[in-house]
Design a protein around this ligand. Structure first.
Ligand code: SF4
Length: 367
């Protein structure tokens, strides 16, 4: 059944300052938030808002949009106004778009210290505009676009180089009293990335945005991100996360949410406890697990559903879950809260589980 004691994360969260990305607090003990980035042409307002709506539906809490041209900057006011979640404008090279994004009502702005040309002499103005509008800034350092000066100093994008770049940029803002900052130091190598964030976490109290950059296609990117975020979050480091995949952004959100749920940093929702199957299985466990997962997708109440291939661990796991099936002999014993409520033929297992799950969900919602 449901755990009696509230599930706890592995570590206390690192103490960080809190910033507000629109209505979403980041840092200072706020729940770790999940963000993603649109892949549409930002200037195509309809397509961008459509993708933001899809991301919102998938559980995304903050969305970033690229702003590489004046047409994109011109689209920001409508996007910021109509998006259901706070919008961060992602700015490289051109400080003028930072002002445009702030004027447009974006909830935050991301700048890359490695490639904002003529940035230095405009920090004062940017800090003032951002402070006046209550807009925080993400200092987003990326291994692939590291400041040339630091690349020369360190030879490559080492953790030290990434951290120095970020903190140097912060110091420029701090000179003007601006501290509404979050930081990222992304690298495509999870080991370098973890070391960079550990060093950064020790050297400042800004909230941290975690990301493994260019993590790759869905499978590799999911593993790299899960391993790197897992290492950091299990030490209490990280306030908001973005999984980068060469895949549709809603997939990034799913992975991000699952990482946080796995670490008890978010309440678990649907959890399928299914066995890997083995020579003892008497039903098609993969098919069963896939069908049950698909049938229950989108379920918001926390539910642990066991799908077990045989009677060895089957009854035990099925009893521990809210509901489950222990299969044997072409049949399935359906358990609800530890009690066998029915024995059904294999062809009826999925529909019976889904029916029972709906009943439990309705009862939970009514409580
Ligand atoms: Fe094999 Fe049964 Fe365990 Fe599934 S529950 S892995 S079928 S022993």
């Amino acid at each position: 059944g449901l755990p009696e004691v509230p599930a706890r994360p592995l570590a206390e969260r690192r103490v960080s300052r809190r910033i507000q990305v629109g209505p979403v607090p980041v840092g200072g003990g706020a729940p770790v938030s999940v963000q993603s980035m649109t892949t549409t042409n930002t200037a195509d307002i309809g397509a961008t808002l459509q993708q933001i709506a899809e991301l919102t539906a998938s559980g995304c809490q903050i969305v970033r949009v690229a702003c590489p041209s004046q047409d994109d900057a011109d689209a920001l006011p409508v996007i910021a106004k109509k998006s259901q979640i706070p919008v961060i404008a992602d700015i490289h090279f051109q400080p003028k778009y930072v002002f445009a994004a702030i004027d447009a009502g974006c909830a935050a702005v991301r700048v890359n210290p490695g490639n904002i040309r003529q940035f230095d002499n405009r920090v004062k103005e940017i800090a003032k505009a951002a402070a006046d509008a209550g807009v925080p800034i993400r200092i987003g350092v990326n291994a692939g676009s590291l400041d040339k000066r630091l690349l020369e100093k360190y030879g490559k994008a080492t953790p030290e180089a990434l951290v120095e770049s970020a903190l140097w940029e912060c110091s420029l803002f701090e000179e003007h009293g601006f501290r509404d900052i979050k930081i990222s130091v992304k690298h495509n190598d999870p080991v370098v990335m973890v070391n960079a964030y550990r060093q950064l976490a020790a050297q400042c109290d800004y909230p941290l945005h975690l990301g493994v950059t260019e993590a790759g296609p869905a499978f590799q990117g999911t593993i790299k991100s899960a391993v790197a975020f897992g290492a950091l979050l299990s030490e209490g480091i990280g306030d908001t996360i973005r999984v980068s995949l060469s895949a549709p952004p809603a997939e990034e959100v799913k992975v991000g949410l699952q990482i946080l749920e796995s670490l008890n940093l978010r309440p678990r929702r649907l959890e399928i406890v299914s066995c890997p199957s083995c020579g003892r299985a008497q039903v098609d466990v993969y098919k069963l697990a896939d069908e049950v997962t698909a049938g229950l997708e989108g379920m918001e109440v926390p539910l642990r559903v066991a799908v077990m291939g045989c009677v060895v661990n089957g009854p035990g796991e099925a009893r521990e879950a809210d509901l489950g099936v222990a299969s044997g002999n072409g049949k399935g014993q359906i358990f609800v809260k530890g009690e066998v409520i029915a024995t059904v033929p294999e062809s009826k297992i999925v529909e019976t589980l889904i029916e029972e799950a709906m009943k439990i969900a309705a009862a939970m919602a009514a409580e």
